[in-house]
Design a protein around this ligand. Structure first.
Ligand SMILES: [Zn+2]
Length: 422
């Protein structure tokens, strides 16, 4: 009975959900450099204060990218129930990536066409943020004497690692009293994302000796040395990675193995300024650098991942006189996987079945998101990503979110609240 009322309450708030999503899209929170973070936090604080939440604005002073010109603002809103109980926390990032080319709609207009709302961040993840707010408001309206507490956070910089957002809040103990976390990233309304693969970014540099390009035999080309490294990666490492499969249900399926991307290659003379009209100079390259992005599996150990690359470089060294190299660690994230029996997973799966009349799918993300900080710094393992939107639309031109998908996801989130706090 109360469930039917709750679902009807979400339907009744459909126009409010649309308007809220549009308002969020119309605040261009571009990252980089980190625009309008304060504006979106102020907007949400006003909205949630009116709904009975107490709000805290938190600037992540001194984190990467934080400056007086582009302060890293975060918002945490909290409402207490009528009796003690668990705390359910919805965490959304409020930043969006650059617009890019190829748009046929205003990226910050929030235009509606049929069942879709268009805009940068519509699916990743302002639609999910709006759905969680509507879910919480509808739940509070229909369950005024709920137990425990509800928190909603809007955090900075997920798209650039989350250090000025969830990582900072976790370090401040913001998740110490939280029992359940849902991150409404666009994994789609019938899928529960349990975690993500691991990441290791490294820079590899090879060295040579500069000489005149007409007499390359007097120098030693760092680019040719790097060519040998790339050849080894192509012929030895890629087949090895393709043979490593995971039991993690990663989507898309091609990511259900170890992968490697070579993000960039830079060797020899630096790129000239765009307005330079002269020719390059004839020099043998004495430096060449590549950036590697290795994604690893829960079955792999990061020490073993690093040792694989070292072994490869040592093989090249044994084959090439004068070959020297350096490897620099840039960034690493451990894989994370929430247990299928965790309370937030079981509750969400039951709610999906109820709203959509089909079984929930369990997935793992190929890339990382803020769950890593909640898991590692916050030490909370009862955390999932669940929200509306199609992951492949994220970061694309003409990004959109489906209104029906948002409504259905809001119903699922509201039922999760009713189950955990009702
Ligand atoms: Zn996102």
């Amino acid at each position: 009975m109360q469930t039917a009322r709750l679902l009807a309450e979400i339907d009744a708030r459909r126009d409010g959900l649309i308007a809220l999503t549009q308002s969020l899209i119309r605040i261009p929170t571009l990252n980089p450099p980190g625009l309008n973070y304060r504006d979106i936090c102020d907007f949400l604080a006003a909205r949630l204060t009116a709904a009975g939440f107490s709000t805290r604005l938190i600037r992540a002073y001194g984190t990467p990218g934080d400056s007086d010109a582009h302060p890293r603002w975060n918002l945490i809103a909290r409402i207490e129930g009528a009796a003690p109980g668990d705390c359910v926390h919805f965490n959304s990032h409020h930043d969006v990536v650059e617009v890019g080319h190829g748009w046929t709609r205003d990226p910050f207009g929030g235009a509606i066409e049929g069942d879709r709302i268009y805009g940068r961040g519509a699916c990743d993840m302002k639609g999910g943020l709006a759905a969680s707010i509507i879910a919480a408001e509808a739940f509070i309206a229909t369950h005024p004497d709920f137990r425990g507490s509800i928190e909603l956070s809007a955090t900075a910089d997920e798209e650039s690692g989350g250090f000025g957002g969830v990582a900072y809040l976790a370090e401040q103990g913001a998740f110490a009293h939280v029992q359940h976390v849902i991150i409404p990233e666009p994994l789609h309304k019938d899928r529960i994302c349990l975690g993500h693969r691991g990441v290791w970014w490294a820079e590899v540099e090879t060295f040579g000796r500069i000489a005149h390009g007409s007499m390359p035999f007097l120098g030693d080309s760092a680019i040719r040395h790097m060519g040998a490294v790339l050849h080894q990666i192509e012929t030895v490492l890629y087949p090895l990675l393709a043979s490593k499969h995971t039991a993690m249900p990663v989507v898309p399926e091609q990511a259900r193995q170890s992968t490697l991307n070579i993000n960039s290659v830079h060797g020899g003379e630096a790129e000239p300024d765009p307005d330079y009209t002269g020719l390059p100079t004839p020099c043998v390259a004495d430096r060449c650098r590549i950036i590697l992005d290795r994604r690893f599996l829960i079955e792999e150990d990061i020490a073993q991942v690093k040792a694989e690359l070292t072994a490869l470089l040592e093989t090249v060294k044994a084959q090439r006189p004068g070959f020297t190299y350096e490897v620099r660690d840039l960034f690493e994230v451990q894989p994370t996987l929430t247990d299928r029996d965790a309370p937030v997973v079981r509750t969400t799966a039951a709610a999906i079945e109820r709203v959509l009349a089909r079984q929930a799918q369990y997935v793992v993300s190929p890339g990382t998101y803020d769950q890593k900080h909640i898991d590692r710094i916050g030490r909370l393992h009862n955390c999932i990503a669940y929200g509306p939107g199609l992951l492949h639309l994220a970061h694309q031109p003409d990004e959109w979110i489906g209104i029906q998908d948002m409504t259905d996801s809001a119903k699922v989130m509201a039922l999760v609240l009713a189950d955990l706090l009702g």
